[in-house]
Design a binder for this molecule. Structure first.
Ligand code: BGC
Length: 769
C-alpha cells in the first residue's frame, strides 16, 4: 500500500488535533476531575473502618416504596452509626434534611447519604406510563419529561431515581411491560439515552439533576410465561441482538448507576452473576458507576437455591454488586465473610469506592444539602409549565387504533354519553408507579371535556361497570391500594342505566380498560382482554346503534378483536397522568390530531404471545395465503397481530411514494440515501412517524425478518408533500453473528419505509465489502 504520511507528520497532525480538539479538552477535563475524585475518595477511605465501609453498601427504605415483605428497622440509629449509605422511600425537604443531618452531623465521618426514589414517570407532575411515553416517538419530549421529573424530585430533596426501566418486553402478560418502551432494541435504546440525559442533565453536580439508575439488569422482560419474577433463559445471540442494546445505550449516555434484576439468566441469578455485572457491564461496556440490587434481591438468591444469606451476599459482592437494597445481607454478613476468607478487603473497598464516587459525582461532599431548598420545593413543583408539558406528552402518547368513517374527532356540539369506570375517576388517571403524585389533582375525563368544550357539549354520565366482577382479579389487583370502591348495584342495573343514557346521546364515549392496579410490578395477567364485565357493557352499548368511541386505559397491549370489530373508534390513552382528562378531550375534539404509534405488538389472542415484529422467518414460514398444513401457523388463528409494532392512525391520511435509492449497488463504507415522498392526503394537518426498517435476507445466521433502524416524525399540512430521506450506513447493517462478533456481511438488503412495521414500501440494494 502507498504510504501517504511520514511518521513525523502523523505525530505532528495528532498534536495539532490534540491542541484544537474540544473532545480532547473534554477528556482532559474529565481526567483531571477523575484524579481529584480519586484523591478525595482515597483520602476518605483511608480514614474508614471496615464497618463504615460496609455501611456505605447498605441501602434502606424508609417507607414510601415498599415492594416486598421486608422493611428496614432502626434506620435512624444505623445512620448515626455509619451503617447506611443511602435511603429511599422518603421525599420532602423537611424530612430529607432531618435524615441527612443524622448522617452529616451525627456519624463519625459525616458522609452524606444518597436519597433515591422510584420516580418513574414523573414525580409530582405525572406523565403517562412509560409504555405510553414511548408511543410519542419524540425523543425531545421524552427527555424533557425526565428533566422535569428530575427538577421536581431534586426540589424535594432527592438525588437519585430508579429509572429508566429499559427492559425489552415481548410478552403482554407481564405487567411491567407498562414500565418500559416496548419490544424493539433500537427504539428502546433511543428512549434509554433520552431518559438518562434528561435525568442527569449537563452535570449531575447541578442542583436540579439526579443520578439515573438503569434497570433491571438484565433481561427481566424475558420472564417465562410473562409471569412476574420468573426465570429467564435465552440464547446469547438473542440477548446481545435484542435485549441488551438499551442497557448498553444507557451506559454510553453516561448513566451513573444500574440496578440488578430479580431473575436468573441461564441459571445464574443476575444479582450474583459475575459475567453480567463485571465482565459484560464493566469490562466489555466500560461502565464506571455502581450497581445496586433490586429490593431484597440478594436475600432472594437463597430462594433461587444458591445458599444461605452469608453465601449469597459474598457471591453478590464478588460478582460486582456494590449496594444491597433493603435486605441487609451485606451489612450483617460481609465482615464475617472477610474473616473467613470468603470475600477480600479489596472487594469491599471496590464497592465502597464506587458508592462514594457516586456521591462525589453528585456533588454531595461539597454540599450534602444541595437538593434541600424549601424555596424550590414551593416554586419548582407541579407548576403550570410542568403540567403543560405533561398535557403535551399525554396527547402525543395516544394512539388511534381505529377510526371508522371519521367518527373522531367529535363535534363540539350535541350530546355525549360518557360511560365506564374510568370516565369520572381521578385516582386512576396516574397509572402504575406513582409515589408522590396526588390523584386528587389529576384531571378526570369528565372534567377535561368540560374544560375543553365547556357547555357547548352536553355530557350525560353513567358508570356502566366496575373495573372487574372477577373476584380473584379484583382481590389480587387491588391488594395494595385497598379494595376497589365498587358500585353496589348489580352489573345488569349498571348496564341498563348506561344503555338508557346512550339512547339519549348522539355518540357514546366509553372510557374503559384496566385499572392502574392491573399492570406494573407483580401484575401479570393470563387473560389480557378488557375485563369481562366491561366487555358486557361495551356489547350492550354497541347494540344501541349509536357510534361507540372507546377510550382505552391499559398498561399493556390488550386483546381487542371484539372491540376492533364493533367499536366505531378506539383511542388508546394508556394511563395518561396528571393532565389525563384535558389531553383526552383535546384529542377527542380534534384540538390535537393524534400521532402516537404503538411500541409493542397487540396480539389477537394471548395464545400468540410472545409476538413481535422482528421475529425470525422459520424454515416453514406461512404467508397467510393458501393451504397452511406443514407451515408455521395455528389452526385456529392467523399469525398476524391485531395491530403491528409502529401502528397508529391519524385524523388525516398519508400517502407514501415508492422508495428511491441513491444507489442500488454499494461498496464498503459508502452511505446510501433512501427517500420517500410523503403526502398528507387528508383534510387536516397531522404528524406521521415515517419508519425505516432493513432486512438482511441472506447471512451467516438466521436474521430477524426486519429491524427498525431509524424514523422521522414529520408534520404536514393537508395536501402538502415532503421528501423524507434516511442515510443508511454499514452501522445499520451490523448484527451479532454466531461468534458474537458485531459486524455486517455483504449481500442484498431490503430497505423498507412505511407507516408501521407491516405496511412498508421496499427497495433492494446490493452492498459489498
Ligand atoms: C422493583 C424496582 C424498584 C424497587 C424499589 C422493586 O421491587 O423491582 O423496580 O425500583 O422495588 O422500589
Amino acid at each position: 500500500m502507498k504510504k501517504y504520511f511520514s511518521k513525523k507528520s502523523v505525530i505532528k497532525a495528532m498534536l495539532c488535533f490534540i491542541a484544537v480538539s474540544p473532545v480532547y479538552h473534554a477528556s482532559a477535563q474529565t481526567k483531571s476531575n477523575d484524579a481529584k475524585m480519586n484523591a478525595f475518595v482515597a483520602g476518605l477511605m483511608s480514614k474508614m473502618t471496615l464497618d463504615e465501609k460496609i455501611g456505605q453498601l447498605n441501602l434502606v427504605t424508609m417507607g414510601r416504596a415498599i415492594t416486598g415483605s421486608v422493611v428496614n428497622k432502626g434506620v435512624e440509629e444505623k445512620i448515626a452509626k455509619g451503617e447506611i449509605g443511602g435511603v429511599f422511600g422518603v421525599y420532602g425537604t423537611e424530612y430529607v434534611s432531618k435524615i441527612q443531618d443524622l448522617a452529616v452531623k451525627n456519624s463519625r465521618l459525616h458522609i452524606p447519604l444518597i436519597f433515591g426514589l422510584d420516580v418513574i414517570h414523573g414525580h409530582r407532575t405525572i406523565f403517562p406510563i412509560p409504555l405510553g411515553v414511548s408511543a410519542t416517538w419524540d425523543m425531545g419530549l421524552i427527555q424533557q419529561s425526565a428533566k422535569i421529573a428530575a427538577k421536581e424530585a431534586t426540589a424535594e430533596g432527592l438525588n437519585w431515581v430508579f429509572s429508566p426501566m429499559v427492559d425489552i418486553a415481548r410478552d403482554a402478560r407481564w405487567g411491567r411491560i407498562s414500565e418500559g418502551s416496548g419490544e424493539d432494541p433500537w427504539y428502546g435504546s433511543q428512549v434509554a439515552k433520552a431518559m438518562v440525559k434528561g435525568y442527569q442533565g449537563a452535570s449531575m453536580m447541578d442542583a436540579d439533576a439526579v443520578m439515573a439508575c438503569v434497570k433491571h439488569f438484565a433481561l427481566y422482560g424475558g420472564a417465562e410465561a410473562g409471569r412476574e419474577y420468573n426465570t429467564v433463559d435465552m440464547s446469547l445471540i438473542k440477548m446481545y441482538q435484542d435485549y441488551l442494546p438499551p442497557y448498553k445505550a444507557a451506559v454510553d449516555a453516561g448513566a451513573g448507576s444500574f440496578m440488578s434484576s430479580f431473575n436468573t439468566i441461564n441459571g445464574m441469578p443476575a444479582t450474583v452473576n459475575q459475567w453480567l455485572l463485571t465482565d459484560l457491564l464493566r469490562k466489555q461496556w466500560g461502565f464506571t458507576g455502581f450497581v445496586v440490587s433490586d429490593y431484597t434481591a440478594v436475600n432472594e438468591v437463597t430462594n433461587h437455591g444458591l445458599g444461605d444469606l452469608q453465601t449469597v451476599s459474598a457471591l453478590a459482592l464478588k460478582a460486582g454488586l456494590d449496594m444491597d437494597m433493603v435486605g441487609e445481607g451485606f451489612l450483617t454478613t460481609l465482615k464475617k465473610s472477610l474473616k473467613e476468607g470468603k470475600v477480600t478487603q479489596q472487594e469491599i473497598d471496590l464497592a465502597c469506592r464506587r458508592v462514594l464516587e457516586a456521591k462525589y459525582k453528585l456533588g454531595l461532599f461539597n454540599n450534602p444539602n444541595k437538593s434541600i431548598d424549601p424555596a424550590r420545593e414551593q416554586k419548582d413543583v407541579f407548576t403550570a409549565e410542568n403540567r403543560k408539558v405533561a398535557r403535551e406528552v399525554a396527547e402525543h402518547s395516544f394512539v388511534l387504533l381505529k377510526n371508522q368513517a371519521e367518527t373522531l374527532p367529535l363535534k363540539k356540539s350535541g350530546t355525549i354519553a360518557l360511560v365506564g369506570p374510568l370516565a369520572d375517576n381521578h385516582s386512576e388517571m396516574l397509572g402504575t408507579w406513582v409515589i408522590a403524585g396526588d390523584p386528587n389533582k389529576s384531571v378526570s375525563v369528565m372534567e377535561g371535556i368540560k374544560n375543553v368544550v365547556g357547555d357547548n357539549v352536553k355530557v350525560l354520565y353513567a358508570k356502566g361497570a366496575n373495573f372487574s366482577d372477577d373476584s380473584l382479579l379484583s382481590i389480587r389487583a387491588f391488594a395494595l391500594t385497598g379494595p376497589e370502591a365498587k358500585d353496589k348495584r348489580s352489573p345488569q342495573e349498571m348496564i341498563d342505566e348506561a344503555v338508557e343514557t346512550a339512547k339519549k346521546a348522539d355518540v357514546v364515549v366509553a372510557v374503559v380498560g384496566e385499572s392502574s392496579n392491573m399492570s406494573g410490578e407483580s401484575s401479570s395477567r393470563s387473560d389480557i382482554n378488557i375485563p369481562e364485565n366491561q366487555k358486557e357493557l361495551l356489547k350492550a352499548l354497541a347494540k344501541t346503534g349509536k357510534p361507540l368511541v372507546i377510550v382505552l386505559f391499559n398498561g399493556r397491549p390488550l386483546t381487542l378483536t371484539w372491540e376492533d370489530k364493533h367499536a366505531s373508534a378506539i383511542l388508546d390513552a394508556w394511563a395518561p397522568g396528571t393532565e389525563a382528562g384535558n389531553a383526552i378531550a383535546d384529542v377527542l375534539f380534534g384540538n390535537y390530531n393524534p400521532a402516537g404509534k404503538i411500541t409493542a405488538t397487540f396480539p389477537r389472542s394471548v395464545g400468540q404471545i410472545p409476538i413481535y415484529y422482528n421475529h425470525k422467518n422459520t424454515g416453514r414460514p406461512y404467508s397467510g395465503q393458501g393451504p397452511a398444513k406443514f407451515k408455521s401457523d395455528y389452526l385456529d388463528i392467523s399469525n398476524d397481530p391485531l395491530y403491528p409494532f409502529g401502528y397508529g392512525l391519524s385524523y388525516t391520511t398519508f400517502g407514501y411514494s415508492d422508495v428511491k435509492l441513491s444507489k442500488t449497488s454499494l461498496k464498503g463504507n459508502e452511505t446510501l440515501k433512501a427517500t420517500v415522498t410523503l403526502t398528507n392526503t387528508g383534510k387536516v394537518a397531522g404528524e406521521e412517524v415515517v419508519q425505516l426498517y432493513i432486512s438482511d435476507p441472506v447471512a451467516s445466521i438466521s436474521r430477524s425478518v426486519k429491524e427498525l433502524k431509524n424514523y422521522q416524525k414529520v408534520m404536514l399540512q393537508p395536501g402538502e408533500s415532503k421528501e423524507i430521506s434516511f442515510n443508511v450506513t454499514t452501522a445499520d447493517l451490523k448484527f451479532y453473528n454466531n461468534q458474537l462478533v458485531y459486524d455486517w456481511e455483504p449481500g442484498e438488503f431490503i430497505v423498507q419505509i412505511g407507516t408501521n412495521s407491516t405496511d412498508t414500501h421496499n427497495a433492494s440494494v446490493q452492498w459489498n465489502k
